[in-house]
Write a protein that binds this ligand. Structure first.
Ligand code: NHR
Ligand code: GAR
Length: 214
């Protein structure tokens, strides 16, 4: 069975969705970059090991990442899952977990990399927004894509309502992506392409606003 380590920084609702999903893998630990992350208590109650590696205890990104990697590697992970983890990681850290480091980002990448994705989508008036699970590469939010979910942006949407609609889909696609990885159905090729074994790539279209039925 594959070992996974989940990294969080706050609420941890994606981590909760992963714990609730009965994945075919062993969740070895939940590690937070903040001691006050609400998600830590949830993991503890469910008997999952928790650790805190606070970025505030380190003078620079290199030393924080080195300390974080040491704690992570103590759990012998096959995959390291970023779930609302809010620190940009150095190229050395990313290289150490090449093909094993996964992130969920609240936009349809490559649109809206970085922070404040929902506010920027609303500002631009896009009709479709969403979320993306991808392998992490040194370039922020640019790694190979495993799965995406698209949602409509509604006329009265606020950052709050739109982020809730996207988050609902995050909680569906993240467990699916990790299930595929742990069963070997999804792999990162040596040329940096994501390979889906035995998956139908047929899907439904989300058209927003909906087409008229004539
Ligand atoms: N690191 C690398 N190298 N590549 C990625 O794709 C990464 C990453 C680290 C985190 C998650 C991420 C996202 O999905 C992620 C992807 C934090 C920031 C950020 O600006 C940006 C993107 C992501 C996470 N962090 C600030 C920093 O200075 C701190 C912000 C804060 O603490 O609130 O690190 O979008
Ligand atoms: C999620 O929407 C996740 O996609 C996003 O932060 C939220 C964390 O929620 N991640 C980022 O923006 C990474 N920069 P959670 O802690 O409840 O899972």
């Amino acid at each position: 069975m594959k070992n996974i380590v989940i990294l969080i920084s706050g609420r941890g609702s994606n981590m909760q969705a992963l714990l609730a999903a009965s994945l075919n893998c062993n969740i070895a630990a939940v590690i937070s970059s903040r001691a006050d992350a609400a998600g830590l208590a949830f993991a503890q109650v469910r008997g999952v090991a928790t650790e805190v590696v606070s970025h505030k205890d380190y003078p620079d990104r290199e030393s924080f990442d080195a300390a974080l990697a040491e704690v992570i590697d103590g759990f012998l992970p096959d995959f390291v899952i970023l779930a609302g983890f809010m620190r940009i990681l150095t190229a050395d850290f990313v290289a150490h977990y090449q093909g094993r480091l996964i992130n969920i980002h609240p936009s349809l990448l490559p649109a809206y990399t970085g922070m404040h994705t929902h506010a920027r989508a609303l500002h631009d008036g896009v009709r479709i927004h969403g979320c993306t699970v991808h392998f992490v590469t040194p370039e922020l939010d640019h790694g190979p894509i495993i799965i995406q979910a698209a949602v409509p942006v509604l006329p009265d949407d606020t950052e709050h309502s739109l982020s809730a609609r996207v988050l609902f889909e995050e909680h569906r696609i993240y467990p699916q992506a990790i299930r595929w990885l742990c069963s070997g159905q999804v792999k990162l090729n040596t040329d940096g392409k994501v390979i889906h074994h035995g998956r139908s790539l047929a899907g439904m279209a989300l058209i927003s606003p909906a087409l008229e039925t004539t």
